[in-house]
Write a new protein. Sequence first.
Length: 179
Amino acid sequence: MLNKDIEKVFFSEEEIRNRCEDLGKQIDIDYADQPPVLVGLLKGSVPFLAELMKHISINIQIDFMDVTSYSGRRSVGDVKIIKDLDRSIIDENVLIVEDIVDTGKTLSKVKEMLYSKGAKDVKIITLLNKEEGRLVEIKSDYVAFECPNEFVVGYGLDYNQDYRNLPYVGVLKEECYKE
Ligand code: IMP
């Protein structure tokens, strides 16, 4: 069972659902004139995007991109596209959905790429923001939670691809790291 590997829960399923409700209402207001295309970054954003979209009432569309910059607990610096968007975003309002902003390297590259594909406006919504981890200046437009500067797992976030299906965000016990 995954639960036994968790040292501490930071954000519960209910807290996350409540924040998604608030953020969904805010998105309805902010994008009333031109609904956005939600672009989820695979795979970590999937549970957050799935919860968030249920609380948005305007007619949005969704798409996914897969980029990678991490291995284990370390950023490897480079952002590589593994899966590109299916649809055109020319003249669209794009809202990037991310699990966590840490160094900011991934999002600054992705934002740049989306503008170069012709997006009219690109904003960011993230489940977690680790402000202390920032190496590149980038601001999220919507943040569900400010996160302590620790490596977290669950609700889409992984450690070596494991723990994504935990229904909450927490910290692993030290003995679970294989480094
Ligand atoms: P950034 O480019 O450093 O901002 O990295 C963002 C990406 O790194 C996220 O989408 C995650 O995949 C991964 N990441 C950063 N911090 C954590 C963490 O605490 N747990 C799991 N993944 C993380």
